[in-house]
Each structure stands twice: as structure tokens, then as C-alpha cells.
Design a protein. Structure first.
Lengths: 322, 204, 955
């Protein structure tokens, strides 16, 4: 791994009073003087480069690939074994608004960007191994360049989506005792129990918080990587890149599960996000507390003229206050 | 098979920066891109040491390993080159390179760095030898002309050596041994065998 | 698992291997030319397009030999030119001086072929704005104004400020031009770089030049560098220094600053700036104390060493330490090293020369070498590294206020000699000068024709001083800056004033230079574009006295013209072209360079610029690969036995085929083969003591004793008169070796193994100088008041180089409280001189983008400044500059250092908008000389830029 450059430097070595100290300092990236203006031009060698290379190429790319592959495999197996989680009762035909227009827009805005970023990002990480032989160097390079540009420009837009999500769904995603039960019952995916849940069940909350934390890291490191013109030290960029990659991979794993559950994994989930409305049966099965609170609230406010959009938010608070 | 290498004799390097301007001159390298630079350590103090550094044309180059589009290749002379048509300007090679060799021509906001540029050991690039495209993208191809890198050829004190690794290593070791023999007190610790100093330095 | 593929190793995408080393010139250069054309400035597009069109037709590339135009090492340059475009620069591996090497500047000279920041056409300032004019208008307007000033104030009111950047022919022509104009108010950079060396050294043993050569350092057993930083100022010379060092020669560097050179030294001594004489005496103290001096050498070849011995005896180690700050052990070690490693070479530069006692310093250095017997031997000598590329040649032949070409002086005899060479009537020449008599500063009265002109260091005073106090008719009213950077001179605030007071300011230069922007002149200011030396051709003299021929690389860029053409045009306008160019062919208003060379060959006998004919110099250039890189002697080939560049003195006529003198005063060789004795320049006896050599003579000399300089009379006395041919006799009768235009006297002397200039002792006492033996005097601005008391400077002088000159009246004021820091200046490797040319070269400018001041961490903490912050440097005369703080231990506590190459900012203001459009250099900065102060050497009026005082304030 490290065999490449010592040989070259060895010949430009000078014996100093204490050479060992001198060369240790050089390898530690001691700063000197250089007439050349630029980032760290005054460092002779940066030892962290090869470490970063190892982490990226061996650990992140290696492990990351396994993790992604296993995730897909696990979801596939799960689907084969468990199949789609169907509604346990027939649809009532009564539709309840679950996601208002803004929420749906925000969801799909962020989701689209996420997918774009994931695909472009993964292309840079795995493209060389997976597609380059298939596409050829030239085509892949064109694609990769396009991917890089898209990734760099859409990244900040995705972060805006994330931030807005954090703002509007923060209240809905505070953890409570119920979530513990939800997790204990494995969210109802295994077995036939339907654990209680408010507007957001434990799984959704977990996903929300993963998005928020990993998303925050991805955002900060991504912005850092996106603006090398700020002349950050290479170490900063290397650390940023490592955090960015790990966090992004976690998000992708989470997103795979989220997409699975939201599409083929659960009957009625996707239509809720598309139309904004869910069948009452679905609501009862997956978000019983939310439905109860909604009904309670609804009867209490029955006289008043309501704005549907504001209702859903106010209602949503109720189960959480229990 | 020759493996082209650079060696900088820091007993002789005086940070005159000729290697930098010779390179700029030869390849018409734009302002802000420096394929070579000189680093002075312990500047202004006893033990001050200047070393000229550029792409060291590593045997197993980190830049090549990390490049997402696999745009690097090693010529049969052992020169590490890259294909600017493939390069996407991601900057990974700059993060990986121990020597800070990769350079980027643009300011870099939103990662727009332009195509990476680095020392070619004066060996051009993948374009046809001596073609206009080769000159525009990579500079002159001196190696194909039977010449060696201009930085080393023009070095003011012949501190920077370039060429077949075996040949220049021999040249350098002869120089170092000669230097050693000519010391008044060869066993004086201040004049300890300089050539072999690296062994201790790199004993990890 | 490895998901990332290994790098595709050893692909044969490009088979640039050994078997494909056929140089495909055609395609390679087509590419180069086309790429270049896209970067050429607008005005060159026509030429560039022509290049592209003709690529198919003619792609043959011309390889042209030239010499770097930066420093005086004289590195060979190989330029590749295709259809008039300079497309490539190759290392000149065969060149004996540089062996292919270059420094940052030399490796970037091809940028001269781009020249996009050049002054492109003649310009005139109208109402404070630059306006383009044509050449004829410029010459006419300037000429008329100059003639008007001559009418009103006499010829001495126009100052011709020449350049070390001119080639030998142009320098010589420039001096001749001033002579025909009728004034000695002419000078050039040598005044402010090595004038004290030339004066000190020439007055010690005869010639004021580097005695050996860069290559000869290979033979040195020890190297001592004082006040020099060749690693930055003459980087290629380090190649030769390292060669000696690696053969075991210790390298001692004496410098107040830890320079890049000091970094490679075996011993670095930090002395207090300006205390060179005490340090040298301190070393000599140990040498005498231990009996290490070369007694035989001293007895045979040195006059006055006993007096030195007495003086040195007073410089006991403790006193030396007190004055110089160098502990006894260090002084002893250096002295011992030099004594036990002989021959050792002694190198100095501006650190020694730029002092009020610069001439004392240089003489002390010489005496040191004399004491050790290091003179006239390979590996020894005083190797004085000159500054600009042709500063040696310009000093020898060109614009000097104190002498005609070849150091003939300004006496009537000198004028008559040159009048004879020029084939003009002496009386006519004499009438060109002011007929009045003025105070010559030595108690007599002289005409300005026979009196030194105002030196470049003092032109400001020539403008600003009260006219009745100047030893000439009126103030200087017109300045012609012909290749001179004014920011290399001290006292910018006063210079600005002086520039504004002038009636006429003319700048003739490839770049506008600081002269174009420092002042706020609304009009009567002209900029005329001159060529660089790559756009013309001619000879130059490198530091080691070798002459080299430069071939023309490219045609003049834009509307620029070569200096000799501009000189001709002015001579024509001013009405003396006909007599001046009597023996110089002129075509298209351009004088023939070769004819000018031949003319100085006919007249410059004193320093042997007579044997180097155009043909011989060109032959050396074409055969530079045949010369040995240590001895510089050609081994076989057409120049067999000759030394590279025929280093002067190259005695006699070209036909006599003298090989040149590689080492001055080397008695181990016959004079005919480059041997020499010390020159008998100072008479034959002094106070009853003989000044001639005793028992020392050059190999093969028929006179085995000292002898005076040769003259017709001496030949007759010796019975050698009849060795002259009849035609020689005619010219030689009544003449001496310096004035015999036939060269016969020199020929006969050499035939008998004798040096034409005699065989004398070098002298340690220069009785004509203010300090006959070198003594220490504190700088004018010193913060060591105790030292000022013990070693005071000179008394003020009423007329020195025509001007009242202050010494004691400045030194007596105590500035040490307000300005506690000592300030010194020096070079950067990327820039040269005033820096306008190099700061306009992007390849160089990128590497030094900010003017800075080096400050010791302790002083920085006291001033509250951090690295990279802006700081005000303020001098005791009121100048202040805002620069970047560079905190470093390169300087010792109490000392600050600044490079002198910057200009274009003035006291915190950028002058960028005052440049003509498109000529602003890439990098501008404050000139350190805005802060540097008054102070002039007591012999040559060299400015004191190596030591002054300042204080720092956070900006």
C-alpha cells in the first residue's frame, strides 16, 4: 500500500542533525515555504492522502458495496417471505387526508433529488468497477462528468428540501413511549400485530431522524466538497469525503428500505403520498392513534369551518400530547 | 525497461525556482497552475532544506487508484499520464496524491475545477505525438523528441535529476559517495552518510 | 473484496519509448507555433497569422544562440524560432558557463517573445494622460526641447542615464554620444552596484573586475562569500560553487541574513550590517597572530602590508566582537579555514559595496586575499559577481560619469586619445563642453569636460540642489532614463519631487518603468519603446570578463527600436551624427553593430578590449562546446588554446591572437598565454619605497623583476624598439601601451614575456582615497551611538561629484530611539533590478506576488504584527511604505530585510492607473527605496542601501 513513494524520496534525503525527526516531520506534513501560491503548496508530502485512498477504496467502496447489496438482498428476501403487507380489513372507501399538498411536493422534490444524488454519487464510487467496462471509458467519462455536475449543483437543493422537512415534520417525529412498543413489535412487519402509532410510526420517525442527522452531515460535508475554491486543506476534504460517503450510504440503505415499505412493501402507502389521502382502514391499521385523534378533533371542531390543511397539522399534535 | 524518475538532490537545491518557470515556459502553463514547486523546510533556520517536487510518477500511483473514471495510465517508460478528455475534474487525485501534484485551472465553485493538469514528465499525453491537441492539452512531448524533462535539464545547480531511475539513482549515489569521501572528516557525525539516511527515516 | 479496480498499468497508449526518439520537428513546431499565436497580443496577430499560413510552406526552425539578459553569469540561451516567432527554449548544455542550467529568470526568457506588458509605441503625456505619438514626432519634440535647454543652461543640464542592459556596442555608443553632446552627466547602474568594487579593486592591483571566473571556483579549496547571496542573485554560479564544495571546499557565508546561500554553508557568520572592515581585520588578526600569511607573496607582490598589520593589530578579538557582534570563536574558525585551505576564493556582492565606506570594504577584502597569497592563482582570486548581464561591459566601455570608455579617465590626454580613435578634432570636441571652470572638490578648478559628472545616485540632488552650490552651470533640467529603473535608487520622496521639477523627462525602455508613474507630471514626459537584447544583437561582457556574442532572436516587437538606432536618431536630431558616425556605417538610420565593435577594438587598449574582434567573438559563440568547463580553454577546434570569450585583457590587435586572460595576475603563465602580473598603475615608488614587484614575474618574462608600464621610451631603453614594424613605429612613437593605436608596444612587450602594463606590487594603501587604508566608519544611519562615537563618518564635503555631500551632519542626529531597527535590502531570485521587466513576466510574477518585509519574530511581536499582515515601514527621512509582514528567522533580531525589485505603489497608494494602458506589470508593490536614505560612498558616491534605520507600525 505505502510502497510507492518512499523509494522516490529516499534519494532526495539529506542527513540532518537528526534526520529521523526531520523526515518524520515531513511525513507528518510539516509546513515550509514555497513561492508557489495555492492550497498547501508549502507541504512537501501529505501522508493523509494514502490513508484516505485506503479508506475510500477499500473500506467505503468495499464495505459499502456489501452493505448495499445485502440491503437489496434482504428486502428481496423479506418480500418473498412476507410479501406485501396488505390491509387486514377491506377498504372503507372513506378517505382521510394524510399528506397535504405542500408535504407531498416537498416529499417528491426531496426524493427525486435524493435519487439523482444517489445515482450520480454511486456512479462516482462504483462506476469505475461496474459500468466502465460496459460503457467504455469515453462514454462513462461523459456520463461521470455529467453526473458530477448534476451532483454538485443539485446537492445544495436537496439540502434545502431536507431542511424544510425538518421544519414541518419535526413535531410529528418526536419519539414517544408508543414508538418503543412499535419497535418491539417490529413495526408489524413480522407477525400480524398492528402496533399503535401516531401520525408517524416508529419506523418513520427513525427514518426521519436518520435523514436529519445523516442528511445534516451529508449537507455540511457536501457543501465543503462542493466549494474547493475556499482553499480548504486536503485533510478537511478527505475527512469530509469520508463522512459524506458513509452518511450517504446510510441514507441510501435507509432510503431503500423506505422505498420498499412505501411502495411494494405496504399496501396503500404510496397512494397516500401520491394523492395525499388514505383509506380510513389503512389509517386505522397503521396509524390508529393518529386516526383517533383526528376523529376526536374532528367532532370537537365539527361546527367550525375548517381548513383541511390546517386540521391535519393540529390533529397530528394530539396523540403526541398523550 | 526504463522507469522514469525524478530525484532532487537537496544538498544542491537552492530554491531558485527555475524548474517551475522552465516548465511554464515549455508547456505554456497558465497562471495558477504549477506542475512543479519547490518547498523549503526549516526556512531561515539551520537545517534549511529545499526540495523541488512535482508528480513523482509513482509505481502504483494513488491518483490512478482513486480516479473515478480511470483516466490515468502508465507508459512503458513508467511515466504516469492522464487523459484530459476523460478527466471530470473531481479533485480526488489531488486529495490522494502525497505530493500535491494535481493542479486545476479553475476556481472550483460547485466543484468546477476544470481538467486536472499535472507534470507529464514532458511526455505529452494520449494524443498523437507532437500533435497540436497534445501540445494544447499536455504541453510538449520532449521524451518523444529524445529529450528529458525541461525542469531537470535547466536546473541551475543540477540538483534535480530526471531519467531512468536506475541511471539517475546511480548518478546520485556516486555524487553522494564522492561528497562523502571528500569531507574532511568522513566519520564526523554531521557529515554522516547522507545517501542512506532514508532508511532510518522510513522505518515505520 | 476490492471493488475498485487496480489501475490499468502499463498501457501502451503512448509509445513514447526510446525507439521513437526521432525528433519530428515538423509537427512539433507547428503545434508550438499555433499554440503560441493564440496567446500573442493583438498587435502581433498579423505576424502570428502569417506564421500559421506559412506553416505548411516552411516549418524549418532556426536555432539561435543568445545569452540570458538577466544577471552577469552569462548563461547561454538556445532559442528556437519559427517564422519569426520564438517558439522554444532549449538548455545550452554545451555552454561552458551554465552547462544548460538556468535560474527562474533564465528559464523564463522566452516570455520576451510575448512581451504583452511591453511599452508598445512612443507615448507622450498630455494633461496627465498618455497619448500615442509616432517616432519622428517624439524625436523632434524631445530634440527641440533638449536643444532649448542646452541653449539656456548648457549641455550639463541634460542628464543621460544609460544602462547595463545595453550591449557593449550600445554602451560604448552611449558614452560616445554624451561626449559628442558635451557633458559628463551620464551614468548607469554600475554606480549603485559595484562602483566601490571597481574603485577599490582597481586601486589595489590595477583592474576593477572579477579576477578569476565562475568556472575557476572549481579549483578553490575554500570559498568565502561576504555580502552576497548567489543562490538568489546568481543561481547558476552555485553550480560551480557546489562543485568545489563537494570536492571538500568549505563554504563560509558572511551575511547578516540567513540567506538561501547561507543554508548551504559550512559556516554562516551573522555580522552587524556595515561592519565588514572590522570583521575582515578580525580574521586577519588571527592570520597574522598565527603567522598564516603568505610571507613570500607579500614580500614579492604586495606594498604596504606592514601598515595593515599595524592597523589589524588593534582589532583584537574582543573589539571585533564588540563592533561586529561576531564571537571570537567564529572569526577564528573562518580565518583558520581560509588559512588552511589555499587557494581560497573570496566572493562579494552588494552587501559589501553599498555603504558609505564601500570602497574601504572592497579594499579590505582584497587585502585579505593578498595576505593569504590567494591572488593570481587558479581557485583563488576575488570573484566579484556583477549584477546585470552586461554591467561589466557597460562599466568597461560605457556610460560612466567619471571616465571615458576603458577607464581612460577625463583628463585631456584621455580626451585626445579618444578623439584620435574617433578621428575627430579634439578642439571641436572640447568646444562642445561648457567652457567655464568649476570647483573640482579637491581645491582646484576644472572644466566640466575634465570633471566627473553627477552620478546616477545623486541626480536628484542635481535637480533639487541650489544651482550655485553645484559645480556646473545650472541644475539638471532634463532627464533621459535609458534603461534605468529609478526604484533601484534611494530617497523616492525626493526623487518624485525632482521628477516633477524637471523640464523634460524621457524614458527609453522596453517597459514604462517606475519613471513613468512615480511623478505627477502633466506634460513634457515621453516614453519611447526600446528593444530588449533578444531583438537586436551584439557583444556583452559577463562577470568573468568574457565577451560573448548574442545573435538576434526575433525582430523588434511592436514599434520598439534598438538603442543604437535611437541613439543615431537623436544624434541626427541634435546635429552631431556625421562626426559621431564617421567610421560607423549607418543603414536605415541603424548603425552597424560590427563597426562599433571594431571602433572600440581600436581604442580600448587599457583593459585589452582590442583583441576581441567581431569575428573572434562570433567564432567562440559558434564553438562554445569546445571549451573546457573549468579552465575555459578551448581544447582543439577552431579556437584551440583560446579562453572562452577572450576574457579581457585580450592584448593587442585581433591579428595578434592573444587568447584572453582567464585569471588576472596569474604569473604561472606567459602573458602571451593569458598570464599577468599586478599592474604598475600607481607610479614606481612611494616615499622612497619601490612599488614594483620584487622577484616575481610572469612565466617566460625576459625581465625578471618588477618593471613600469611600457611606453615607446621604455622600449627604446630596453633595446626592443626595433622589434616594431615600420608602420607600428609611426603610430607608437611618443605613445605608451594605452595610447599606441597600432598595438605594437603591447605586441613587443608580450613578445618578451612582459605585461604591457608593467609588473608592480598590489598596494594596500591607496593614498589618494579619503581613507588610505580601509578603516571602519559607522553608517550614516546607525542605532549604535557608541559605535558612532568611536567610528564616526566623514566630514561633509562641499563638492563631490559636483555636489555638496553630507556625512557627519546626518550621522550626528540620533534616530536610534524613534527608528530602532536596522534595515537592509537585497534580491529575490525571481526578479531582477527594478523588476519592471520580470514583474511583467507572468511565469516569474506568479511566484512573488507581494512586496514584503522580513521581520524577526521578536520584532514582529514588539510591533504587534502577524505573518501576512500589512505593516508600515517608516524611515528616518520620512518615507513610509505599506508592505506585507514576512515573519522569519532569516533575519536576526533588530534587523529587517526588504527586496528592492518592487515598484508601482507609493506610500500606500497604487500607481496602477498611471501606467499607459496595457503596460501595468502583473505585480506591483512598494519600492523599499522609498524608505532608504541618504548616504554615499566617499569615493564613488555609491548609495548606502545595505544599512539604514526604520520602524514598524501595524497597518
Amino acid at each position: 500500500m505505502f510502497r510507492l513513494f518512499p523509494f522516490l524520496l529516499l534519494l532526495s534525503v539529506q542527513a540532518l542533525a537528526d534526520e529521523r525527526t526531520f523526515w518524520r516531520q515531513v511525513r507528518e506534513g510539516v509546513e515550509g515555504y514555497s513561492a508557489v501560491v495555492g492550497v498547501e503548496t508549502n507541504k512537501l508530502i501529505q501522508a493523509s492522502g494514502t490513508q484516505w485512498l485506503y479508506i475510500r477504496n477499500e473500506l467505503i467502496a468495499g464495505t459499502g458495496a456489501w452493505v448495499l447489496a445485502l440491503t437489496v438482498f434482504a428486502l428481496a428476501c423479506f418480500y418473498l417471505v412476507r410479501g406485501k403487507v396488505r390491509l387486514s380489513e377491506p377498504r372503507s372507501g372513506e378517505m382521510i387526508e394524510r399528506w397535504n399538498k405542500k408535504e407531498r411536493w416537498l416529499h417528491f422534490y426531496t426524493a427525486t433529488l435524493f435519487i439523482i444524488l444517489a445515482i450520480t454519487g454511486l456512479s462516482l464510487l462504483f462506476g469505475r468497477s461496474l459500468i466502465i467496462d460496459w460503457l467504455g471509458h469515453e462514454v462513462f467519462a461523459s456520463f461521470a462528468e455529467f453526473a458530477k455536475i448534476i451532483h454538485n449543483y443539485t446537492g445544495p437543493l436537496f439540502s434545502v428540501g431536507l431542511a424544510l422537512m425538518g421544519l414541518i415534520w419535526f413535531e410529528d417525529n418526536k419519539f414517544s413511549q408508543i414508538d418503543w412498543l412499535w419497535f418491539k413489535q417490529l413495526g408489524g412487519f413480522i407477525g400480524n400485530k398492528h402496533p399503535s402509532a401516531g401520525r408517524m410510526n416508529g419506523g418513520e420517525k427513525a427514518w426521519f431522524w436518520l435523514l436529519m442527522t445523516a442528511g445534516f452531515l451529508v449537507t455540511v460535508t457536501g457543501l465543503n466538497l462542493d466549494f474547493p475554491n475556499l482553499e480548504q486543506y486536503r485533510l478537511v476534504m478527505q475527512i469530509s469525503h469520508i463522512i459524506h460517503s458513509v452518511a450517504a450510504l446510510l441514507l441510501i440503505v435507509g432510503a431503500l428500505a423506505h422505498i420498499y415499505i412505501g411502495t411494494i412493501g405496504t399496501e396503500g402507502a404510496l397512494e397516500g403520498m401520491i394523492s395525499g389521502k388514505v383509506d380510513k382502514t389503512w389509517a386505522k391499521q397503521h396509524h390508529d392513534l393518529w386516526l383517533k385523534a383526528l376523529e376526536k378533533k374532528s367532532s370537537a371542531d365539527n361546527d367550525g369551518q375548517q381548513n383541511t390543511e390546517s386540521i391535519s397539522q393540529k390533529k397530528a399534535e394530539i396523540p403526541l400530547k398523550k | 525497461m526504463a522507469r522514469m524518475k525524478f530525484i532532487c538532490d537537496d544538498d544542491r537545491c537552492i530554491e531558485c525556482n527555475a524548474c517551475i518557470t522552465a516548465c511554464k515556459n515549455e508547456h505554456e502553463v497558465p497562471w495558477g497552475v504549477n506542475r512543479r514547486r519547490v518547498v523549503t523546510l526549516n526556512d531561515g533556520q539551520a537545517g534549511e532544506t529545499s526540495i523541488s517536487v512535482a508528480c513523482m510518477h509513482c509505481s502504483d500511483a494513488p491518483c490512478a487508484q482513486v480516479c473515478p473514471v480511470d483516466c490515468f495510465y502508465t507508459t512503458s517508460d513508467g511515466v504516469v499520464l492522464h487523459d484530459k478528455d476523460l478527466c471530470i475534474g473531481c479533485g480526488y487525485c489531488f486529495y490522494a496524491c502525497p505530493f500535491g501534484a494535481p493542479q486545476f485551472p479553475q476556481d472550483g465553485a460547485f466543484g468546477n475545477r476544470g481538467k486536472m493538469d499535472k507534470c507529464t514528465f514532458c511526455a505529452g499525453g494520449p494524443e498523437e505525438d507532437f500533435s497540436e491537441a497534445e501540445f494544447e492539452k499536455y504541453g510538449r512531448n520532449r521524451l518523444a523528441e529524445g529529450k528529458l524533462p525541461i525542469c531537470a535539464e535547466m536546473c541551475s545547480t543540477k540538483a534535480l535529476l530526471a531519467g531512468d531511475g536506475d541511471v539517475i539513482a546511480k548518478l546520485f549515489s556516486q555524487r553522494a559517495i564522492q561528497r562523502q569521501l571528500n569531507q574532511e572528516e568522513p566519520n564526523n557525525s554531521a557529515a554522516s552518510p547522507k545517501l542512506w539516511g532514508w532508511k532510518t527515516a522510513y522505518k515505520d | 473484496m476490492k471493488l475498485i479496480k487496480r489501475s490499468t498499468s502499463v498501457e501502451n497508449k503512448s509509445e513514447n519509448t526510446l525507439d521513437r526518439r526521432t525528433f519530428l520537428k515538423h509537427s512539433s513546431l507547428a503545434a508550438g507555433g499555433a499554440a503560441l499565436s493564440s496567446q500573442l497580443p493583438f498587435t502581433l496577430m498579423e505576424k502570428a497569422e502569417a506564421t500559421e499560413q506559412s506553416e505548411q510552406a516552411s516549418t524549418d526552425i532556426k536555432t539561435i544562440r543568445s545569452v540570458c539578459t538577466h544577471c552577469s553569469v552569462g548563461c547561454g540561451v538556445i532559442a528556437e524560432v519559427e517564422n519569426g516567432v520564438w517558439v522554444g527554449q532549449e538548455p545550452a548544455f554545451d555552454h561552458p558557463f551554465n552547462l544548460g542550467a538556468h535560474c527562474a529568470k533564465g528559464a523564463a526568457v522566452r516570455e520576451h517573445g510575448h512581451g504583452d506588458r511591453r511599452l508598445k509605441y512612443p507615448m507622450k503625456r498630455i494633461d496627465g494622460k498618455w497619448k500615442r505619438i509616432d517616432w519622428q514626432q517624439a524625436i523632434d519634440e524631445i530634440g527641440d526641447k533638449i536643444l532649448e535647454i542646452r541653449q539656456q543652461s548648457g549641455p550639463d543640464s541634460v542628464y543621460w542615464l544609460g544602462s547595463s542592459k545595453h550591449n557593449n556596442e550600445q554602451s560604448y555608443l552611449f558614452r560616445k554620444f554624451a561626449a559628442f553632446w558635451g557633458s559628463n552627466n551620464i551614468d548607469h547602474q554600475a554606480r549603485i552596484c559595484h562602483s566601490t568594487t571597481v574603485a577599490g579593486v582597481a586601486n589595489t592591483w590595477g583592474y576593477g573586475a572579477m579576477t578569476n571566473s565562475f568556472n575557476d571556483i572549481h579549483n578553490s579549496k575554500a570559498i568565502l562569500i561576504i555580502g552576497g547571496n548567489p543562490a538568489e542573485a546568481h543561481p547558476v554560479s552555485m553550480q560551480h560553487i557546489f562543485k568545489a564544495k563537494e570536492q571538500g571546499a568549505p563554504l563560509i557565508v558572511i551575511d547578516p541574513r540567513f540567506t538561501r546561500t547561507a543554508a548551504h554553508a559550512t559556516q554562516h557568520i551573522r555580522l552587524r550590517p556595515g561592519t565588514d572592515v572590522p570583521l575582515i581585520w578580525g580574521m586577519l588578526w588571527h592570520i597574522f597572530e598565527n603567522g598564516w600569511e603568505d610571507k613570500n607573496f607579500i614580500q614579492q607582490r604586495v606594498y604596504g602590508m606592514d601598515t595593515i598589520r599595524k592597523e589589524v593589530a588593534e582589532w583584537t578579538p574582543d573589539k571585533v566582537e564588540q563592533v561586529t557582534g561576531v564571537p571570537e570563536a567564529e572569526v577564528f574558525q573562518a580565518a583558520k579555514t581560509m588559512a588552511t585551505h589555499r587557494p581560497g576564493t573570496f566572493i562579494w556582492c552588494m552587501g559589501g559595496t553599498q555603504h558609505t565606506i564601500g570602497n574601504n570594504n572592497t579594499r579590505a577584502y582584497c587585502i585579505f586575499q593578498l595576505a593569504l597569497g590567494n591572488m593570481g592563482v587558479a581557485g583563488g582570486g576575488t570573484n566579484i559577481f556583477r549584477g546585470h548581464d552586461n554591467v561589466q561591459g557597460a562599466t568597461d566601455l560605457g556610460p560612466n560619469a567619471h571616465t571615458l570608455p576603458a577607464y581612460y579617465g577625463l583628463t585631456e590626454a584621455a580626451w585626445k586619445h579618444w578623439a584620435r580613435v574617433w578621428d575627430i578634432d579634439y578642439n571641436w570636441l572640447s568646444k562642445r563642453f561648457d567652457p567655464a571652470l568649476y570647483d573640482d572638490g579637491a581645491g582646484g578648478k576644472k572644466r566640466t569636460m575634465n570633471m566627473s559628472g553627477i552620478p546616477v545616485s545623486r541626480w536628484i540632488d542635481g535637480v533639487l540642489e541650489k544651482p550655485e552650490l553645484i559645480a556646473q552651470k545650472d541644475n539638471i533640467r532634463a532627464m533621459v532614463f535609458w534603461g534605468h529603473a529609478p526604484n533601484s535608487q534611494t530617497r523616492s520622496p525626493e526623487m518624485k519631487q525632482a521628477m516633477e521639477k524637471l523640464d523634460l523627462l524621457v524614458v527609453i525602455d522596453p517597459y514604462p518603468s517606475n519613471s513613468a508613474v512615480l511623478h505627477d507630471r502633466p506634460d513634457n514626459t515621453y516614453l519611447l519603446p526600446a528593444c530588449t537584447q533578444f531583438e537586436t544583437y551584439g557583444s556583452l561582457t559577463s562577470s568573468n570578463r568574457s565577451l560573448q556574442w548574442r545573435d538576434q532572436v526575433i525582430e523588434p516587437l511592436f514599434e520598439s527600436r534598438p538603442d543604437h538606432q535611437i541613439l543615431y536618431q537623436f544624434a541626427e536630431k541634435l546635429g552631431f551624427a556625421e562626426p559621431m558616425f564617421k567610421h560607423i556605417r549607418v543603414e536605415d538610420s541603424t548603425p552597424s553593430i560590427e563597426d562599433i565593435t571594431r571602433e572600440f577594438n581600436r581604442g580600448a587598449w587599457t583593459i585589452g578590449y582590442t583583441g576581441q574582434s567581431v569575428e573572434r567573438i562570433k567564432k567562440h559563440q559558434q564553438n562554445w562546446h569546445t571549451f573546457n568547463t573549468t579552465t575555459l580553454k578551448a581544447e582543439g577546434g577552431p579556437c584551440d588554446g583560446e579562453y572562452f570569450g577572450l576574457p579581457w585583457p585580450c592584448w593587442g590587435t585581433p591579428e595578434q591572437k592573444h587568447p584572453g586572460t582567464p585569471l588576472l595576475y596569474d604569473t604561472s603563465k606567459p602573458v602571451a598565454e593569458g598570464g599577468l602580473t599586478f599592474r604598475a598603475r600607481f607610479g614606481i615608488e612611494r616615499d622612497g619605497v619601490s612599488l614594483l614587484a620584487e622577484g616575481s614575474y610572469s612565466k617566460g618574462s625576459e625581465i625578471k623583476q618588477g618593471y613600469p608600464e611600457f611606453s615607446a621610451d621604455l622600449l627604446k631603453q630596453l633595446g626592443w624598439w626595433d622589434d616594431l614594424t615600420t608602420s607600428e613605429k609611426q603610430l607608437a612613437d611618443g605613445k605608451n601601451w594605452k595610447t599606441d593605436l597600432s598595438g605594437g608596444i603591447q605586441r613587443v612587450a608580450i613578445k618578451h614575456g612582459c605585461a604591457p602594463f608593467g609588473n608592480a606590487k598590489a598596494r594596500c594603501i591607496v593614498w589618494q582615497f579619503p581613507d588610505p587604508i580601509p578603516i571602519h566608519r559607522e553608517p550614516l544611519y546607525s542605532n549604535r551611538r557608541d559605535m558612532v562615537k568611536a567610528f564616526p563618518t566623514y566630514k561633509d564635503r562641499k563638492s563631490f561629484y559636483r555636489l555638496p555631500t553630507r556625512y557627519a551632519s546626518i550621522q550626528k542626529i540620533d534616530y536610534s530611539k524613534d527608528y530602532p531597527l536596522t534595515m537592509t535590502s537585497g534580491r529575490l531570485v525571481e526578479y531582477e533590478g527594478g523588476g519592471e521587466e520580470t514583474r511583467s513576466n507572468p511565469w516569474l510574477a506568479e511566484l512573488q506576488q507581494h512586496m514584503f518585509v522580513e521581520i524577526h519574530p521578536a520584532d514582529a511581536n514588539n510591533a504587534g504584527v502577524k505573518h501576512g499582515e500589512q505593516v508600515w515601514v517608516e524611515g528616518p527621512e520620512g518615507g513610509r511604505i505599506q508592505v506585507m509582514a514576512f515573519i522569519t528567522e532569516r533575519v536576526s533580531r533588530g534587523l529587517v530585510f526588504m527586496p528592492f525589485h518592487f515598484a508601482g505603489h507609493y506610500q500606500g497608494q497604487s500607481l496602477a492607473d498611471k501606467y499607459p494602458e496595457g503596460t501595468v506589470p502583473y505585480v506591483l508593490g512598494e519600492s523599499c527605496n522609498t524608505v532608504f536614505t541618504y548616504g554615499y560612498d566617499s569615493v564613488t558616491a555609491m548609495q548606502e542601501t545595505k544599512v539604514s534605520l526604520c520602524r514598524l507600525r501595524k497597518a
